[in-house]
Design a protein around this ligand. Sequence first.
Ligand SMILES: [Zn+2]
Length: 362
Amino acid sequence: MLFERPDDDTLYDALIARSADYEGQAYVCVKTTGIFCRLTCPARKPRRENTIFFDTIAACMHSGFRPCQRCRPLEQPGRESIVDELLAALDREPQLRWTEDELMRRGHDPSTVRRAFKRGLGVTFHDIVRYRRLGEAARQLADGARVIDAQLEAGYDSPSGFRTAFQRLVGKAPALSQNRELLSADWFDTPLGPMVAVADKTHLHLLEFHDRKALPTELEALQKRVRSSVAIGRTPAIDQIEAEIRDYFEGRLTVFRTPLALGGTPFEKHVWAKLMEIPAGQTRAYGDLAREMERPEVVRAVGRANGANQLAIIVPCHRILGVDGSLTGYGGGLWRKQWLLRHEEKIRAQAPNQAPNMEETA
Ligand SMILES: [Zn+2]
């Protein structure tokens, strides 16, 4: 059920051939332009390494990609005109606050709008407004990163463009903490979007995808817990996890060695340790985990501990499925969970003779 979509190589071939075989079932996102297209798009085709494939429009938009103006992937034949009308209005006035009141002011019934979008695109109008805003924030962050590169090369420090964009995410500039080590926060790019890492000099405290909704709350709680402040910066622990995450995405590593600062209750730490025993390429249900801990009555608490995890990918809560094999929730977004599981399946398939908990091969 999880992996019924053809693999990316097949989809790339279809893209080059402008084949309509996967119309409505797969879309291509182009990293260099920030645009997503139907595979049949008449525009010039991107190189293989600049493509990411998703099976829904929602996943493309959630990753910050905008619909192509040539093949117009949001337009579907036979769809209610209200959908196109509102999409066009959103294009004209992206800055407007598109609330239910605003829809009613324009003579639309919000629940009719919701149903029409769900039928036509599989997502609500409200979702599309939100995805666009997130995409805009991610683009500003990426622009900020280019600014910091350029300015560092030119010999300036403290580039304001980057600070503004990243601090919007990380929070206010910290007050100087007294005699305590500051935590450093930085971000790096991955095939699934930027990740934010927070660490002291030696240990990693947090690793999350940049658009995780709970991220601001997590940062606040972290600063309270360690009684310190987070400032933008780099430490060896951040360098190490960036290198390991890159190897993970390139399929060369599934066991992480960056020292971790796990700040949870003893119960949460126990659950996270159990999660880290699940090998890449395998999955478990909450119930399995609770039974392994010889406490089958604590399934719900296990679920909560799973949700409290602040080390995405490293503490692999994405390897937890519903009893029926469904994807259930994921703080980083279901599309990422699906992508990570597919990726780990592939790593396992490529290294069938290795021990299940594969060591790095590089
Ligand atoms: Zn296109």
